[in-house]
Design a protein around this ligand. Structure first.
Ligand code: URA
Length: 247
């Protein structure tokens, strides 16, 4: 799916930086396209997030830095995704004998990474949720049909009773992730119990998801301009798996 629409080529721009600088002295940066889809949450376009994304988008960034900075964004994504899971009222007593009306997490969770790039997001999930169970799904494009094909999955037996954080850093056409949701639903996971985390999404991928699975929540750091003729996200960051594992 190539980006043929002119609107996809135009990126929004915003001034970034603390307010002690007047607006005209703050640098202008490209910020995420906003999409009118109820299921999509885009992280706040803070100077920190834009600086982290600038690092991992840069073709000169070496692998060690790519891993370090993408992990920092992954942490932000996981923390935001956890906000979409249910909580229960929990009133506790503090060491000074006062009560505090708070909340506690409700329900069990599970990560599911779409191999291989999704595995790069597992560390951030483990850092936020100690001993979290993590399932795996391997989907690859069939050489003959060009359609995504399921090669392997290994998921917890009780995944149908869990809230699932689905991990894949780049939402391009959405073909693999849509198939991964089909697999999860076939194991009894309700659509509304799935939250899909990615660093960069294309408008086309987000729209495809909203159309087929409107109840699946998407948490992304950035919606980019579109896809090129090879279905790479543009401006994007190239092949995430190659940059994280092999380059
Ligand atoms: N997967 C990637 O790694 N990069 C893209 O741009 C699209 C899919």
């Amino acid at each position: 799916m190539a980006d043929t629409s002119d609107t996809l080529h135009r990126a929004p721009s915003g001034h970034l930086g603390p307010s002690y600088k007047p607006t005209e002295e703050q640098p202008s940066a490209t910020i995420s396209t906003q999409v009118k889809l109820a299921n999509v949450t885009i992280l706040p376009q803070t100077p920190q997030l834009i600086a982290l994304l600038t690092m991992i988008r840069d073709e000169r960034t070496n692998r060690a830095d790519f891993i370090f900075y993408s992990n920092r964004i992954n942490r932000l994504l996981v923390e935001e995704a956890l906000n979409h899971l249910p909580v229960l009222a929990s009133t506790i007593t503090t060491p000074v004998g006062r009560t505090y009306a708070g909340v506690a997490f409700e329900g069990k969770i599970c990560g599911v990474s779409i191999m291989r790039a999704g595995e790069a997001m597992e560390q951030a999930l483990r850092e936020c949720c100690r001993s979290v169970r993590i399932g795996k799904i391997l989907i690859q494009r069939d050489e003959e049909t060009s359609l995504p094909r399921l090669f392997y999955d290994k998921l917890p037996e009780d995944i149908g009773e869990r809230w699932v954080l689905l991990l894949d850093p780049m939402l391009a056409t959405g073909g693999s992730a849509l198939m991964a949701v089909d697999v999860l639903r076939s194991r009894g996971v309700p659509e509304e119990h799935i939250c899909f985390l990615n660093l960069i999404a294309s408008p086309e991928g987000a729209a495809n998801f909203a159309k087929k699975f409107p109840k699946v929540r998407i948490v992304t750091a950035f919606v980019d301009q579109g896809l090129n003729e090879k279905n790479y996200i543009v401006p994007g960051l190239g092949d995430f798996g190659d940059r994280f594992y092999t380059l």
